[in-house]
Design a protein. Structure first.
Lengths: 114, 113
């Protein structure tokens, strides 16, 4: 079975600085999809970024980028120029090619200080 | 653009009472629909998904059930709530492709006392 591990329960960053959140996963599949979701205090899950495993190029969305290392089964999220609004819990998620469910890690709580 | 709604936002129910949570999607047709539960301090777990009207698949055995009476409506129900049913319930949708991204609603916080 696939698993997703987020080894950092909590992280903190200063405004305007850069922070990297770690995620590793375990799978025997060759084709799959990886996601980072943000859950602010309102608790609605918001998609941050998506990566297809067959794409070598790392996905980027404005200040958010990923470092996808397929061989190492690593999928970290980098947040540049951190803002107060980035404070939230961040979840890494995996979905197989033929799968239905998103498999989530346990999340990393990010705090941003001014 | 597509939007997803859930209600109620918050619910407090006694043990043994029935439950009905509703999810509706606007701006798309034939979506795949999902119910997830997030227990306190834990990640999300898929409960049910549906690829069409009347088509429900259950991922986890429990005293909950789901129904899809209309194309863009997904309902989570229970006849008798348990204390362990407390949690945050999130509905999500994706396009007809099983590889598409899932987008989540605002969620319902359920407390069973």
């Amino acid at each position: 079975a696939q698993t997703v591990t987020q080894s950092q329960p909590e992280m903190s960053v200063q405004e305007a600085e850069t922070v990297t959140l770690s995620c590793t996963y375990d799978t025997s599949e060759s084709d799959y999809y990886l996601f980072w979701y943000k859950q602010p205090p309102s608790r609605q899950m918001i998609l941050v970024i998506r990566q297809e495993a067959y794409k070598q190029q790392n996905a980027t969305e404005n200040r958010f980028s990923v470092n996808f290392q397929k061989a190492a089964k690593s999928f970290s999220l980098k947040i540049s120029d951190s803002q107060l609004g980035d404070a939230a819990m961040y979840f890494c998620a995996y979905r197989g090619q033929a799968g239905t469910a998103l498999i989530f890690g346990k999340g990393t709580t990010l705090s941003v200080s001014s | 653009s597509q939007t997803i709604h859930q209600w109620p936002a918050t619910l407090v129910q006694p043990v043994g009472s029935p439950l009905s949570l509703e999810c509706t999607v606007e701006g798309t047709s034939n979506p795949n629909l999902y119910w997830y539960r997030q227990a306190a301090g834990r990640g999300l777990q898929l409960l049910f998904y549906s690829v069409g009207i009347g088509q429900i698949s259950s991922e986890v055995p429990q005293n909950l059930s789901a129904s899809r009476p209309q194309d863009r409506q997904f309902i989570l129900s229970s006849k008798k709530l348990l204390l362990s049913d407390s949690g945050f319930y999130l509905c999500a949708w994706s396009s007809g492709s099983h590889t598409d991204t899932q987008y989540f609603g605002p969620g319902t916080r359920l407390t069973v006392l």
